[in-house]
Write a protein that binds this ligand. Structure first.
Ligand code: GRF
Length: 215
């Protein structure tokens, strides 16, 4: 039997009431993405639906063929390509990212599938104002093969995490998590699809939480 990913029970913690999300003045977001950009689109949709009081000032992407840029065009969001191959060091790329975020007057940075390690140049420019979404229940399964590794370990509950970004990869204070079951016939693709349904839920919630309460 195949169940649609969004029919399967999940647990989100901390719970925050959906009707408090749209009340504060819009927080100005800069979103960083390397790939598909489905999380970018989930944030844009939550804003459009009045579930999140925010404005996406800019999308920064590092791969010229990232589908996230196509989504940004569809949503009328400025998209800036900063190709890491054009920079001599991580610090040099990060300086350009910081400059771009400042040009677009960004208050909160959202890494949504951003596949680059960050340096202190970036972290120090936006203290406690950079978040990342990761497809595991951190601190388990850091890195870019989180879903495959969770399956290989035989975990029965998987999930996703929004956390503040620090220098160490996929570390930093946890803002919000969602858990989903792992089903016996899961592949990395089916499990990732189930996790992504929850990513698209908790990323707007986590942004709203930070916007209203700080961290
Ligand atoms: C997500 O699974 C996220 O957790 C991870 O990269 C993926 C990005 O997906 N960091 P998308 O580009 O937002 O569709």
């Amino acid at each position: 039997m195949t169940l649609r990913p969004d029919f399967i029970p999940s647990l989100v913690s901390p719970n925050i009431s959906a009707d408090t999300l749209g009340t504060q003045s819009p927080i100005k977001l800069g979103i960083l993405a390397s790939g598909s950009g489905s999380n970018f689109e989930a944030v844009a949709q939550a804003i459009k639906d009045g579930q999140l009081s925010a404005h996406i000032q800019v999308l920064i992407y590092n791969n010229p063929d990232a589908y996230a840029a196509v989504r940004a065009a569809k949503w009328g969001v400025p998209a800036v390509l900063l190709n890491h191959r054009d920079y001599k060091s991580r610090e040099e790329l990060d300086r350009q990212i910081v400059q771009t975020l400042r040009e677009y007057d960004v208050e909160l940075v959202v890494m949504a599938g951003w596949m680059r390690l960050v340096t202190s140049v970036f972290i120090d420019a936006f203290p406690n104002k950079i978040i990342n979404i990761h497809p595991s229940l951190l601190p388990s399964f850091k890195g870019s093969h989180a879903v495959e590794e969770a399956l290989a370990e035989g975990v029965k509950i998987a999930g996703c995490t929004v956390h503040l970004v620090c220098l160490e990869m996929d570390s930093g204070p946890i803002v919000m998590q969602a858990a989903v079951p792992v089903l016996p016939d899961d592949t990395p693709e089916t499990l990732h699809a189930r996790i992504q349904v929850q990513e698209h839920r908790i990323l707007p919630l986590a942004i709203a939480r930070i916007a209203s309460a700080g961290f």
